[in-house]
Design a protein around this ligand. Sequence first.
Ligand code: DGJ
Length: 772
Amino acid sequence: MSIQFNKNTNSFLLNTPSSSYIIRIYDNRYVLHGGWISRIDDWDDDICSMPLIDRAFAPVPEELHGKADFSLNSLQQEFPTNGRSDFRIGAFEALCADGTTISEFFYESHKIYKGKTPIKGLPATYTKKDSEADSLELNLKDPVTGISVTLIYTVWNDRDVICRRTVVKNDSVSAEGIYKNQSVTLRRVMSASLDFMTSRYKMLQLSGAHARERHAIWRPLVPGIQSIESRRGTSSHQQNPFIALADYNATETTGEVFGFNLVYSGNFTAGVEVDQFNMSRVQIGLDPYNFNWKLDAGETFESPEVVMVYSNKGLGQLSRTYHDLYRDNMCRGEWQYKERPIVINNWEATYFSFNAEKLFKLADKAKEEGIELFVLDDGWFGKRDDDRSSLGDWYVNTKKLTGGLEEIADGIHKRGMKFGLWFEPEMISPDSDLYRAHSDWCLHVDSRSRTLGRHQLVLDLSRDEVVDYLTETLSKILSSVAIDYVKWDFNRSQTEVASGSASPENQGKTSHKYYLGLYRLLENVTSRFPHVLFESCSGGGGRFDPAFLYYMPQCWTSDNTDGLSRLAIQGGTSIAYPSSAMSCHVSAVPNHQTGRITMLSERGHCAMAGSFGYELDLNKLSQPELQEIKEQVELYKKIRHTVQFGDLYRLRTPWDEPSPAESTDYTAWNLVSKDKKQAVLTVVWKFPEGNPETQLVKLAGLDPKAKYRLTCYKSATIRAMLADFPFPIPESEFAPFPADVTTSGEKLMNAGLFIPYKPQYGGSVQIVLERL
Ligand code: DGJ
């Protein structure tokens, strides 16, 4: 059992392979935190627990009068509240029948069991066998209001992971006086609150914007609150529901790092309060903004889950733990471990302007290149020729596609490719038949005008009839035509988050009920069509969160496909999310988001860090470009399993500053198959310089005892470009190594590879290593 209860010290020890998480019950009532530390097994005494200290201005509850050293304000707690004696940020707030928001929870009982229980209506990590994890339920109660709280911890036996969540029950039937049988309104329910003894950490967050998602941002902790949140009704491009605290000096390979990732796709908050004693309180959960959940007597509310990961080997280890957990215990279904097909998507090739002939021309070329899946993106339905109409009218635009969807699907299948289709099911255009029939089906406030985003409104998924309607509509299309893949898009933030079907006192539920509705819809559709590969999207990566991975194993990482921009986007994303989940495409130059021109080889190398594809008009390319794409596709098929399901080692990160002595800035990573038989090393120079210094790249994750053969593929376009160079460039100059060099894993990791940069590399080098 990874969870033990010690009767002598009245404490719980939650052990993962490398960490221990301690909870102490003080005075049989107060639930205190005892630290999340490198693993210990001996915990019979209390000597390392935080001592009680008599602090100035420390209030003491009346019943503990005379014990001035006991003050909640300076103790580590598991589920702090406000209004009694802790002035730091509380994990809970409810408006009670007497008009106050004070609450205080005391230990009542606990339960320890094998395995993990699912959360009703919310996505979460799951165990395949009970032996994978143990769970602890701590039952606490506020004796005054009758509200009870259950803190649920799942401790993974073979992973450094603890999942936490909170269940609130309005048990006011057991309360007295004014509180008896009364409703309460929940205003803040954190999924986890965790007190660290020090503030000697740097905080990591994944922040950005549309086309610039999830850049890794580090900041030192300072006194006060530092937090991120999303109020956009999506987990958002701007902030990801993830933060980490890392030792001041932690690196990719050293130091303690603690990660917190909320399994939720809507509004969230995550942050740290550093108090007067430089203790740090981490909290993560639903955003209190626009959240007022009326809980009637007897009702229960369940928070989303937070996935907490521990590493004492730096950020790289933390990432690999998240990747393995999400691949094995978050993703589900037929595609969980299946290699993902190489995609050609028509969006950047045609935008809205296409017909069957144009699509088949693109598909024919893609087929010649060895591409496996054709995706028909936006513009195939209603009367949609731009983004101003038709969302909600999910029937084919026969003006554009005169032979209907059948003709396209059949035509693609006849060419020996899979067929995928784009939807944006949660949206409605004011110019649509659906809106003309149901103008109250969108989120709105009756007395206000409706705010449009990309000319569209958001359907009100807090309403059961809307979820049922979408389930049936999507099911009809997915069963009428052979569809192998669905791209599920969402292209605006939510405003006027209110429901035409909610009473004023229940309006504060709409935002969260929207997500309960969406998750029901996703469960309905994905379980009815288990063979379909679903990819989530939100104007690129606006909802790249663990909750979506429960339904869809991959996500369109960003609308920005510029290889160099993708270094920071994919690098940041890779901190919490596995490469199989990151959908990455090669697109045309000049890039449609940045205007930058980069080499095809470099675009390919960057996109081969995830689930791979193309998004450009192949018919406009030159022979060498088509030749190179054919070679990229062939290569990707050979390394696909390693890339999608291997271990990621970030060797030099996009957020590393070059040292003052360096003239070039580069990023490097290698992906290693689980059996260590294959690895793929990629080095990308962000700003190549003339006559630069030689890069020494030390690999990681290889089998030290084994010998590896190194192959560096040369770019057809670069060779063609340099063909009429004033003096001939020998073949050997196009790669840092002659083909088929062999050397040991030990040397590659300890001595490293010297890569003297040459312009002939076009800005990047990719080396495939095969174990002999
Ligand atoms: C936003 C997505 O991120 C794009 O890839 C594309 O599908 C467009 N929407 C279509 O409108």
